[in-house]
Structure formats: structure tokens, C-alpha cells
Write a protein that binds this ligand. Structure first.
Ligand code: FAD
Length: 373
């Protein structure tokens, strides 16, 4: 049972945010930056944020060339160009809020490996540059085939290499710890290990029910407004929004002797991505090999995908070079039906934001700002 003191000082807030990932933190900070006198609480079910934000690869990216081509086909020009612009703006907001040093921001540029299957699309490089020029004020992509050998890639598998000087990488762990510290410095309360079970709206407030981890009782928090930023786990509260979970597998190598490249690399319409972290390589993706099995919110490995990632490392990326895998992990993304972020007012007091799909580092700051306009 809660004490008088707990009831008095711990359970009532102006705003509660469910979910302590990069989006939940962005939303909470956006509120406090605008209204410093308010009481804001983040409820996070994991000991650490437990979805995608501490599991990702740390690309500060806005879309690779073949991914943008695919988006142009599926979403149309207006939505695709807006998505790139929003991601680009979002990266700028994140950098401004937390500082480059504090998020391990490194601008080594980004590359896309093109194989035989996509070589036909190279003729569309100029068209894509034209469509994005008003965002970057210059060609965003250029061909840099001479780097295929310099980087040590297998030239039989990689037929072209596309470069963008605008792409960067961050240290995901450092960014999230900095974000939590920044949120605390604004006066935001974050309670970890706090699984929100459900909520219920009253006339002037919203109750959020949480199961205590230490006792078999439910604790009720109350707020004037609630924002659900539970990403892949949104359907627990709002099944009608049809957010699908999508698991991503990641492997990391031990430091590679004389690693020949630095940067953020994409392959196959963004389905594969790898980057250096010092002399290690972080390599993820391959969901398209097993979409069905990876449409889950359970954190576990997929042998078929891990095998494929290791094979691509040895046959294409670290071709004829020695390397050892250190370990692997998985993270869970949330996917909207059309890949676009959404901000939905469920009622006057409850909002749901699912913004990020596979690019939350870029999009969350932008979407949180839009949501609070
Ligand atoms: C393997 C992988 C690689 C990726 N690589 C990149 C990349 O390089 N660049 C990039 O921009 N993006 C990348 N992404 C995507 C990016 O990580 C996500 O878009 C972003 O982290 C989403 O942030 P979020 O806050 O919306 O969701 P999440 O980080 O999933 O946060 C949601 C939070 O809500 C919590 N929660 C859920 N239900 C409850 C509940 N009932 N009660 C309390 N808390 C709850 C969860 O524990 C979780 O911490 C990657 C994702 C994965 C999985």
C-alpha cells in the first residue's frame, strides 16, 4: 500500500510519457523546455530503455540512394522528399540539444554498396540528387567507385559505391545516457522497471496503472495528459493503430587489424547496414531474409540471418581479411503501415506518437517537436 508521502509526492504529474526510448525522451524534454514549471514523468518498463533506442547501429542517416528510390516508388515524391527533409532536420535538432561531443557524433560520411541487382538504378542518381538539392544545397550522392578496392570490398560483389558527405554516425550508448542526464537536469522524473499495464481516462485526468516489480500490487499514477511512446509495444494500449514489431539482428566484430574503412555503409535498399566503431565493425540487418519470423517483439537471435551477416562480412565486406565476431544482439523496431511517422490524438488528453520505423535517431527530435507545436 502506498504511504501518505508517496501518494502526496510521487504519483501525480502534469504529463506522463510511456516509454523511455529516444522518442519518449525527446517528447518529455520538448515539454519541459517549453513549460519548465510542469511535472513530467517517464515510465519505462526496462532497466534500460528496452526497445530499439539502446540496440541500434548509431547511423545519423536520412536514407540511402536505393532506399530513397524504393520510397519514391511506394510513397511518391512528396512524402519521400519530406521524410528525407524531416530526418535531416531531426539530426540537426538532436545535435543542437545534446551536443556533438556528448553523442559521439562523427562525420565520416556514408556509402552505399551497389551490386549487380541494383546497378541499373545508377542511371537515376542525377534524378534523386535533383529532387533532394533544395535540402542539401548540392548533390547529396556521388559515385566513388575507386574506393571499392581501397576499402577492401570484393569487387565481384560490389560493382559501384555511392558516397554522401552528409551522413554521420553517433555513439548510441553515449547519446542515450546523455539524453537521460539532460532530461533529469530539466527536472524530468524517469522511473525504470515500470511496466505500464493500461490507462483509463476520467473527466479531468488520466490514470496509468503499473505493476510494482517488488510487490504484487498495482500502482496508479495520474496525469493531466498522457503520451504513449511505446513504439513496437504500442498495440498493448492501442491495437487499432496496427503498429507491427520488427526485430533487427546485429553483430559486432572484435577489433579488426588494419581496418581499411571508416563511415556508415548501406546495402540493398537499407536492409543491411554496417559501420566502424573504432576498428570494430557493427553490422546489422537481413530482416528481409525472414520477415515472418522477425515480426516479433521477442528479443532473441535468428540463426539464418546471423549466418547471412557473417557470410556477407567474409565474402563481401572484409574480403580475404581475418576477423572474429565478438557477439550479437537484437532490437525491436515499430513499423507503421506506410513507413511514415504518426502523431495521433487519441483524445484531448491522450496522444500516441510512433515516429521512427528504422530511423529514430534522425526522426525522433523532429517528430517530438511537431507533436508539441
Ligand atoms: C537493430 C536496430 C538498428 C537500428 N539502427 C538504426 C540506426 O542506425 N539509425 C537510426 O536512426 N535508427 C536505427 N534504428 C531505429 C531506431 O533505433 C528507432 O527508430 C528508435 O530507437 C525508436 O525510438 P522509440 O523511442 O520510438 O522506440 P524504443 O526505443 O523502442 O522505445 C520504446 C520504449 O517504450 C518502452 N515501453 C514499451 N511498452 C511499455 C510499457 N507498457 N510500459 C513502460 N514502458 C514501455 C520500451 O521498453 C522502450 O524502451 C535501429 C533499430 C534497431 C532495432
Amino acid at each position: 500500500m502506498l504511504s501518505f508521502w508517496e501518494k502526496n509526492s510521487f504519483v501525480n504529474y502534469d504529463h506522463i510519457v510511456i516509454g523511455g526510448g529516444v522518442l519518449g525522451l525527446s517528447v518529455a524534454c520538448e515539454i519541459m523546455e517549453k513549460f519548465p514549471e510542469r511535472q513530467v514523468l517517464i515510465l519505462e518498463k526496462g532497466i534500460f530503455p528496452e526497445g530499439a533506442s539502446t540496440k541500434n547501429a548509431g547511423f545519423a542517416c536520412f536514407g540511402s540512394f536505393t532506399e530513397i528510390l524504393s520510397d519514391l516508388k511506394n510513397l511518391g515524391e512528396k512524402k519521400t522528399v519530406k521524410l528525407v527533409s524531416d530526418r535531416w532536420e531531426g539530426i540537426g535538432l538532436l545535435r543542437k540539444r545534446l551536443g556533438d561531443e556528448n553523442i559521439g557524433f562523427l562525420n565520416y560520411g556514408g556509402y552505399e554498396l551497389i551490386d549487380d541487382r541494383h546497378s541499373g538504378s545508377m542511371s537515376q542518381l542525377g534524378m534523386v540528387n535533383d529532387k533532394l538539392r533544395h535540402i542539401f544545397n548540392e548533390d547529396v550522392y556521388s559515385r566513388e567507385n575507386e574506393k571499392i578496392n581501397e576499402f577492401g570490398f570484393n569487387p565481384e560483389k560490389v560493382t559501384s559505391l555511392i558516397y554522401s558527405r552528409f551522413e554521420s554516425q553517433i555513439d548510441t550508448g553515449k547519446m542515450m545516457r546523455t539524453f537521460q542526464r539532460y532530461a533529469s537536469s530539466l527536472g524530468i522524473n524517469i522511473i525504470n522497471g515500470c511496466n505500464a499495464l493500461s490507462y483509463s481516462e476520467k473527466e479531468n485526468y488520466v490514470n496509468v496503472f503499473v505493476k510494482s516489480i517488488s510487490a504484487d500490487e498495482r500502482i496508479t499514477f495520474s496525469c493531466k495528459s498522457l503520451t504513449v511512446c511505446a513504439n513496437a509495444f504500442t498495440s498493448k494500449f492501442l491495437p487499432e493503430l496496427k503498429i507491427k514489431p520488427g526485430r533487427g539482428q546485429v553483430i559486432i566484430t572484435k577489433p579488426v587489424k588494419d581496418l581499411k574503412f571508416k563511415g556508415a555503409f548501406h546495402y540493398d535498399e537499407g536492409f543491411y547496414y554496417f559501420r566502424n566503431y573504432g576498428n570494430r565493425i557493427i553490422f546489422g540487418g537481413g530482416r528481409n531474409l525472414d520477415f515472418e519470423k522477425e515480426e516479433t517483439d521477442e528479443f532473441s537471435s535468428n540463426d539464418k540471418i546471423l549466418y547471412d551477416l557473417k557470410e556477407k562480412l567474409s565474402e563481401m565486406i572484409l574480403y580475404k581479411q581475418e576477423f572474429e565476431i565478438d557477439f550479437s544482439w537484437s532490437g525491436i523496431m515499430g513499423f507503421t503501415e506506410n513507413k511514415l511517422p504518426f502523431i495521433k490524438d487519441i483524445s484531448d488528453r491522450v496522444k500516441c506518437i510512433v515516429s521512427c520505423n528504422g530511423m529514430g535517431i534522425a526522426l525522433s527530435s523532429f517528430t517530438a517537436r511537431e507533436a508539441l507545436k
